[in-house]
Design a protein around this ligand. Structure first.
Ligand code: 5GP
Ligand code: ZN
Length: 117
């Protein structure tokens, strides 16, 4: 389990306290470039409200996050000339989720990129 909630780095990004490269923003969601990209264009999509995991996310907000993913996946692929993408959530600390604020990864993939990240 995590030992933090007040010092959430993704909430700090939403508040503009930590700089990030915004990819997309609407009233409920934000998308920005991952600071340590697994491939060019690696983008994170988050709800603006702080919820730790998908299990905590209200259904309507989950739908907003999915809408943003659905809109952005082809847009990000086009932007970087990708052939495909991995779209994934690490859901919970034991599953490798390091930042305890729900986020979906869009990881662009290329024909000759050597396999799964
Ligand atoms: P997780 O392992 O929690 O699913 O993924 C967390 C992601 O957040 C990682 O890919 C990591 O590179 C990214 N990340 C961590 N801190 C920051 C930050 O301060 N800014 C940005 N843009 N990405 C971050
Ligand atoms: Zn947060």
């Amino acid at each position: 389990m995590w030992d933090m909630s007040e010092d959430c780095i993704f909430c700090a990004i939403i508040d503009g306290e930590i700089p990030s490269r915004t990819v997309y923003e609407d009233d409920e969601t934000l998308a920005f470039l991952d600071a340590n990209p697994l491939s060019p264009g690696h983008t994170l999509v988050i709800p603006k409200a702080h919820h730790e995991t998908l299990n905590d996310l209200p259904e309507d907000l989950g739908a907003e996050v999915f809408d943003t993913l659905h809109y952005l996946v082809p847009a990000v692929e086009d932007a970087v000339g990708a052939d495909a993408s991995n779209v994934a959530f690490n859901n919970g600390a034991e599953a490798g989720q390091e930042v305890p604020h729900v986020h979906g990864h869009i990881i662009p993939r290329f024909e000759d990129d050597g396999g799964a990240p």
